[in-house]
Design a protein around this ligand. Structure first.
Ligand SMILES: [Zn+2]
Ligand SMILES: [Zn+2]
Length: 375
């Protein structure tokens, strides 16, 4: 039974959570299962920090001409600080569930056979740090792919058990860090120094006053402010700030990024401080393909009935899957959001969901793949 197969895979993967680019046991488990199923498998796909990365790619060739249709699952877990200060990996974003659905779909497709073309199964490392998709793109994994589908568990607020979202609209996001360098001075002589805390506070205020088109949901928040900590009678000369930027539009994100950079530089200059700002990570917003949205809708209705279909839903979360369509415009992509009564929410270490819903996600992906192979 599919439900039991997926649950058994999930149990194994859930018990070996590994963070970004450390998915070694996970990768070897997935590679072994794909090989057993008859896939031609490549391990250590991609490069990270000069070393082979943990990507796994499996190809099932029908031997007949046709398109290459691919499924992508992320692989990494999140790390959480424990009460004793140690860190523990937990699959709190459901990537274990995504792997279980994609692997089970891959195995069944191999058992049942595909009519034409090729099926490519892509296990992508390091989604949580936004680097895995880029790493596989550089390795050329997407170069021969015509269709690519992904799936993510959705929180109960977005979709319930027995429901699925045909098109998940992820936002663009940017993480940005700035270092402010002022001038140190004795606390009794502030006029001889440039207080980096004052400059940082002014930047926070100025960034909060940046207004964007409300329809595009652009926003920026200061998410880190580290300064001082030394003697209380010295003028602080260094501050580090972090920012989180979001927008539903890639064009607006580009503008917003520039405006934040300008605010940081301009404000620092007004106070006579130096500022260095760098982009730490970015994720583009989703791009949509109407044909793939229709394929997704049809697969969801066939699996869950009309009542199970949520046509499209937007989330303020980023997803590095969007890099694939951005850098390979020939690619037609689709992204399913699976309702599974997920509570309290993603990235919560106590996250739970209805495991039986994984069988729905798996069958929806299979239906989409089989559909596009014969389009
Ligand atoms: Zn996540
Ligand atoms: Zn995730």
């Amino acid at each position: 039974m599919l439900t039991e197969r997926i649950e058994a895979i999930w149990q194994q993967l859930h018990a070996m959570p590994e963070p970004a680019f450390c998915e070694v046991k996970t990768a070897s488990f997935l590679a072994q299962r794909l090989r057993q199923a008859g896939y031609c498998v490549q391990e250590q796909v991609g490069m990270h920090d000069g070393r082979p990365a943990t990507g796994v790619v499996g190809v099932l060739d029908s031997g007949r001409p046709g398109p290459v249709a691919a499924l992508r699952s992320d692989m990494d877990c999140l790390m959480f600080k424990q009460a004793d200060g140690s860190e523990r990996g937990i699959h709190a974003c459901g990537h274990d569930a995504h792997m279980a659905m994609v692997l089970a779909a891959a195995e069944e497709l191999a058992e049942q056979g595909i009519p034409c073309g090729k099926v490519k199964i892509i296990f992508q490392p390091a989604e949580e740090i936004g680097k895995g998709a880029l790493c596989l793109l550089e390795a050329g994994v997407l170069d021969d792919v015509d269709y690519l589908f992904g799936i993510h568990l959705m929180s109960s607020q977005m979709a319930g058990s027995g429901q699925a979202i045909a098109t998940v609209r992820w936002t663009a996001c940017t993480l940005l860090r700035a270092v402010i360098e002022g001038t140190p001075a004795h606390g009794s002589k502030p006029h001889l120094g440039v207080n980096a805390i004052d400059v940082g506070a002014a930047i926070v205020g100025a960034v909060n006053a940046l207004h964007t088109d409300p329809l595009l949901c652009g926003n920026v928040k200061t998410t880190s402010f580290v300064a001082g900590g030394g003697s209380l009678n010295s003028i602080c000369a260094k501050a580090e700030l972090g920012f989180d930027l979001r927008s539903t539009s890639n064009a607006e994100m580009e503008q917003l990024r520039q405006r934040v950079m300008d605010v940081i530089q301009g404000t620092a200059a007004v106070y006579g401080a130096k500022a260095a700002a760098e982009i730490v990570g970015t994720c583009p917003a989703s791009s949509f393909d109407s044909t793939m949205a229709a394929v997704a809708r049809e697969a969801i209705v066939a699996e869950l009935g009309q009542g199970g279909l949520i046509d499209a839903a937007a989330t303020t979360v980023g997803e590095d899957f969007n890099f694939y369509a951005m850098y390979r415009p020939q690619l037609k992509t689709g992204f399913i959001g699976l309702g599974c009564d997920l509570r309290p929410g993603l990235h919560d270490p106590a996250m739970t969901f209805v495991h039986q819903d994984m069988a729905h996600g798996c069958r929806i992906l299979q239906k989409m793949l089989l559909k596009v192979l014969t389009l």
